[in-house]
Design a protein around this ligand. Sequence first.
Ligand SMILES: *Cc1c(COP(=O)(O)O)cnc(C)c1O
Length: 439
Amino acid sequence: MFLHGTCRQNQHGHLEIGGVDALYLAENYGTPLYVYDVALIRERAKSFQQAFTAAGLRAQVAYASKAFSSVAMIQLAQEEGLSLDVVSGGELYTAISAGFPAERIHFHGNNKSREELQMALEYHIGCIVVDNFYEISLIEELCKESGYTVDVLLRITPGVEAHTHDYITTGQEDSKFGFDLNNGQTERAIEQILPSNHIRLLGVHCHIGSQIFDTAGFVLAAEKIFTKLDEWRESYSFISKVLNLGGGFGIRYTEEDEPLPATVYVEKIIEAVKANAERYSFSIPEIWIEPGRSLVGDAGTTLYTVGAQKEVPGTRRYAAVDGGMSDNIRPALYQAKYEAISANRIEEEHNTTVSIAGKCCESGDMLIWDIDLPEVKAGDLLAVFCTGAYGYSMANNYNRIPRPAVVFVEDGEAHLVIKRETYEDIVKLDLPFKTKVKQ
Ligand SMILES: *Cc1c(COP(=O)(O)O)cnc(C)c1O
């Protein structure tokens, strides 16, 4: 068992997060409940930024808000001096509603609609990360109509795919995202953008994977990009002011995971960019990175109440909780692993093997297989760790289960930042059968 951030055992033998007793949180806000340790988010944000500051480099650390987007979270990101990635009109709207400075917002996505692009132009956001030829012509058209100008990065696929422990290099990447760096596509995109009076090409972007524990993939991607930058300086007199190497920095979901500290990822990236800039006689471009999971993942804990149990004699014991794939779809979607403890009996020995089931109507709705807990009883409070990224943001209303509330805790105080959905919320968009809807 291991505890993240400010999680600890208090004098009552309960789990405490950010100085707040988990039982108090459950009683006050109900379960399931997402609890975010604000101090840990701040610490992570600072460590990504520190390495750049220490190197005296201009940089942007952009929070990939798809990991967890809410008004309060975006305001916290702003307080910590982060920039922001959005990938849809909804995420952009959330950022603007939170009062986030538009000039530090970057817009991603492989199929941005005309309306979404128009919105981005009207808000004068910092840059659009252009993904495909269709998008280039849409932006050009919209800018011509409205007179706007916009900065863009080109999203390229360098032919490096990074995975948890290793990476693979592919001549041509089979991905729905971006322009291939190796087959002339990127050059065609540059040729389309450079003559534009409306679109300014700031630089290039790549994102090579997620939950990455190694730095070799980032180093290789930087090398591949610089080789091309050298050619493009020659052929187009194009100099990339910005090099965005994406996100994907790994976190520790279970004891088996061994991610690097944030500073190490950044130091290696800086080292690689510096070395290549020197080798090709470029001044060092502004380095941007885009951590999502690694800023908020281990800061999030989900509290559940245990209900029914089922024994399959000689095989397994199931304990069901009051949530499941509706608030955390990652185990069902990609066999993600989590650790959990009994939040009300933390000091008791965790020595009884049990599997944690969700309450959704799917056999695959299992949160954790075979975990050691104290002999669980109905009413026990279960804390599942590291649910801060892609938990709430992927939450859904399967089985018409209302989405849980979200609470921020820091220095002994709790703040509700997203209300729990109600049954009224569940039916609020529904219309009665045979309603005449005005066309
Ligand atoms: C998802 C994504 C990120 C963040 O990924 P994490 O694994 O959460 O760090 C960053 N950049 C882009 C373009 C992404 O699609």
